[in-house]
Ligand binder design. Structure first.
Ligand code: PEP
Ligand code: MG
Length: 850
């Protein structure tokens, strides 16, 4: 006699997703129970079997049926749909309704759900199937298509097995608390509550007002309808009741990961609408393209193999070699007492031996891939799976996986080949953070834009992005790394928003805007070689910030009136030792020649804090930003800086070269450098000396600008560091990036003090990022600076903005601006002023006779 069984049927037309592949650990790890999932192709959820509706979620996204045999089946429409609070879902049943298999349970607006939820994948879970075995139908593979009503899962009566005993003796212990979960007591936390009770072998009951639910029944828990802020009492009975209550309380009173600060590092990011992700504008612009995650370059391996057997052998040998080297590293770490490091190697070893990973590679080998490529694809798939879970712990393991991917591929790579970068042109690239050299590599693929989880607007990556005119948002938080891939996303690096799934109307508007911007940029480029003169007749020099002679050539083409800042440290980065004097001279000479007689300011080495050189080995200090950096380095490494100065003094003609000293605190430091320059010049038999200037980055330098201007031939305000030091906000800290704003009245006061102090003594420029910020640049001109130095790509736009500016009118606003309380108020005041001046211009134009 065959044992009793039940068939669960597909609740809509859809694509099969195995439970282990559902990007939510509560489902993928079976915490809620066994089952299967479907990605819907329809818009109505139907009953998978006959039964009674025993639970309808408050947010309408989940329904549980109980069959006559007592089996409970949960249908969970989409992932994280609880956050939609019922929007886009119409329930067609209520608790107590009896339904037949195939009866409609709810209707949903798939577009609406897709915009607000993590995914539409709908798990069908046997949440209470004690005594039943769940058997997926073998014919159903992941990715296969099923029609509504087709069989999906078979449940068979299991042999009676001793059930886990619960120690329900002893008096009940209670704990009153307030629910902190944003989505209320929905399926995932309910399942975790049940797991806690099982682990500690207690009975755990949730009591809310008149109602109570045993944690053994998910539907009963969810039926309590508890929302964020609900009061409830937990009651536990059993030997470990206290422990269970501790864990349960922690679960219910801790906001879920999505609500933690980890998502939005900055308090003052732009307000994002539905489906948008905010960030700080590090490089302005508008972009449209596919969202592509960045991965460090992988060793180059052939795609196609030379036969299954050959490639299998190669892969096996590579795995053995990597395994041996991991073993050796692990023993070394253990011997040196580095337990944490040893553990990491042990974890890598475990991945390496993982039969599932090896099987996944085997499938690809059978399909004709080379050993290296099969390994690459297998680990890519695993990494994607982990990333899609949204679980911080699992996502954290992706870095290990990548490491291992790279190690094994390196064993199989062509030793002559270069590492490849898998990035299509025109992509909006997503990354945690980038090193300057990674950015340069990515830039060679002509990305449409960049979105970084970390970073600040004055970080060096931001500087490089601006230099290349690549729209870039930073400080977006970890969430950007979990963005579902999208073929056409919009990066609005004007408003500070990423829109992964814009609708057709928005796409058309953005395309039109990009066309308009391109037309305007072309006009601005046409006029870029001409001087920038304000409406009221002030000439403002617009120079360029560059990192190399090659960039200086680019800057000249973009219309630079000179080089306002050549960051010489870029020559010293990414090398094993410092460039020698001749190498440096060649680079400086080339930069001077690129500008054909226009002034070129080269800054002496600015190392320390965020810019380190491996071969300098500066000691670790608690506060490197306040330590030995910039000009202070001269005392510790006189050879290095003397050799740079010698190289600079060999540039011809010295009349166009200007030397600038970073991180100056007062005139005595500049005086010392001038003395050094004079003695080296004397050794070289020079009679003409280049002009020597100081950067104003330290508040004391701004406050002592008058005495500094006596010693200096020019001053240049480094607003990036000045802002950092005035506001005591680390420029690299993404949590502070939105508040470390140059338009803070405190910073503006110091810029004004610099201009006033230097008046009549020497010119003042600005070479920090503020010079290229369309709003801040206008304020700087109104404050009276003589020169702005910006990334080359910004020159045409900044010149155009200066030509539209009536600096005197804006200068009239300065006293009011400087009295305001914070940067936000300054930005608002400026925006209102700009609007009012535009309105006046329009009215005047309308009045003009045609
Ligand atoms: C500055 O601090 O504003 C500056 C231009 O220097 P850097 O960004 O290289 O520190
Ligand atoms: Mg600086």
């Amino acid at each position: 006699m065959s044992s009793p069984s039940l068939m669960l049927k597909a609740p809509f037309d859809g694509i099969v997703v195995l439970l282990a592949d559902v990007p939510d650990p509560a489902f993928a790890e079976g915490i809620l129970g066994e089952g299967i999932a479907l990605d819907p192709l329809g818009d109505t959820l139907h009953a998978p079997c006959d039964g009674e509706v025993v639970q309808c979620a408050r947010a309408k996204h989940a329904v549980t049926l109980r069959t006559d045999m007592g089996i409970e089946v949960l249908l969970h429409l989409g992932l994280d749909t609880v956050n939609l609070d019922g929007q886009g879902i119409e329930l067609l049943v209520e608790v107590g309704s009896r339904v037949e298999s195939g009866a409609p349970l709810c209707r949903f607006d798939a577009d609406r759900l897709a915009r607000g939820a993590t995914a539409l994948i709908t798990p069908l879970i046997v949440t209470d199937g004690a005594g039943w075995q769940v058997r997926p139908l073998t014919a159903l593979a992941s990715g296969s298509r099923v029609r509504c009503g087709e069989p999906l899962l078979r449940l068979e009566a299991a042999e009676a097995a001793p059930s886990a005993t619960t120690d329900a003796t002893g008096s009940a212990q209670e704990r009153a608390l307030t629910l902190a979960l944003g989505g209320g007591l929905h399926a995932r936390p309910a399942a975790r509550l049940r797991a806690i009770a099982q682990r500690h072998e207690v009975t755990l009951t949730v009591v809310a007002e008149e109602n109570e639910a045993d944690s053994a029944s998910l539907s009963a828990l969810m039926n309590l309808g508890l929302a964020h802020g609900s009061s409830l009492t937990l009651m536990a009975r059993g030997a470990h009741a206290e422990l269970a209550l501790d864990e349960a309380e922690a679960l219910l009173t801790t906001p879920e990961a999505e609500e933690h600060g980890q998502e939005a590092p900055s308090e003052s990011l732009p307000t994002a609408g539905e489906g948008q992700l905010p960030g700080l504008v590090a490089s302005p612009g508008l972009a449209l393209g596919p969202l592509v995650p960045y991965r460090a370059a992988l060793p180059e391996v052939p795609v196609d193999g030379e036969g299954d057997a050959v490639e299998r052998l190669r892969l096996r040998q590579a795995l053995v070699r990597v395994g041996e080297s991991l073993q050796a590293s692990m023993h070394r770490a253990e011997r040196d007492g580095q337990a944490a490091e040893a553990e990491i190697f042990a974890a890598h070893q475990a991945w390496l031996e993982d039969p599932d990973l090896q099987a996944a590679a085997g499938v690809r080998l059978a399909a004709g891939r080379s050993a290296g490529h099969a390994w690459r694809e297998a680990l890519d798939a695993e990494a994607d799976r982990l990333l899609a879970t949204g679980n911080a712990l699992l996502m954290g393991r992706v870095a290990d996986l990548r490491d291992l991917q790279c190690r094994v591929m390196a064993e199989l790579a062509d030793p002559q080949g270069k590492p490849g970068l898998d990035l299509p042109a025109g992509a909006i690239v997503i990354a945690e953070d980038l090193t300057p050299s990674e950015l340069v590599t990515i830039a060679s693929r002509q990305p449409a834009g960049l979105c970084l989880a970390a970073g600040g607007t004055t970080s060096h990556v931001a500087i490089l992005a601006r230099a290349r005119g690549i729209p870039c948002l930073v400080a977006m938080g970890e969430r950007v790394l979990r963005m579902a891939s999208s073929d056409r996303a919009v990066l609005d690096a004007e408003q500070g928003l990423l829109e992964p799934t814009p609708d057709a109307e928005r796409l058309a508007a953005v395309e039109a805007n990009i066309r308009d911007n391109a037309r305007r940029a072309a006009e601005e480029r046409e006029a870029a070689q001409a001087p920038a003169t304000t409406v009221d007749g002030r000439d403002v020099e617009v120079g360029a910030n560059v990192g190399s002679a090659a960039e200086a050539r680019l800057a000249a083409e973009q219309g630079a009136d000179g080089i306002g800042l050549m960051r010489s440290e870029f020559l010293f980065l990414e090398r094993r030792s410092a460039p020698d004097e001749e190498d440096q001279r060649c680079e400086y000479q080339a930069a001077v020649e690129a500008l054909g007689g226009k002034p070129v300011i080269i800054r002496t080495l600015d190392i320390g804090a965020d810019k380190q050189l491996p071969y300098l080995m500066l000691p670790q200090v608690p506060n490197p930003a306040l330590g030995v950096r910039g000009v202070r380095l001269w005392q510790r490494h006189p050879d290095l800086l003397d050799s740079q100065l010698r190289a600079l003094l060999r540039v011809e003609p010295l009349e166009t070269l200007r030397i600038m000293v970073p991180m100056v605190s007062d005139a005595s430091e500049l005086h010392w450098v001038r003395g050094r320059m004079q003695s080296l010049a004397k050794e070289q038999g020079l009679t003409i000396l280049p002009r020597l200037g100081a950067m104003i980055e330290v508040p004391s330098a701004a406050l002592c600008a008058a005495s500094l201007a006596e010693e200096a031939d020019f001053l240049s305000i480094g607003t990036n560091d000045l802002t950092q030091y005035v506001l005591a906000m680390d420029r690299e800290d993404p949590h502070l990036a939105a508040r470390a704003d140059v338009l803070h009245p405190g910073v503006l006061h110091l810029i004004q003090a610099t201009v006033t102090g230097a008046a009549g003594k020497c010119p003042v420029g600005v070479c920090g990022a503020a010079a290229g910020d369309p709003l801040a640049a206008l304020v700087l001109v109104a404050l009276g600076v003589d020169e702005l130095s910006v990334e080359p790509a910004r020159i045409p736009a900044i010149k155009a903005a200066i030509r539209r500016l009536d600096a005197r009118t804006l200068a009239d606003e300065l006293p009011a601006l400087l009295r305001l309380a914070d940067a936000m108020a300054v930005r608002e005041h400026l925006a209102a002023w700009q609007q009012a001046s535009q309105d006046t211009t329009t009215t005047n134009l309308e009045r003009m006779p045609s």
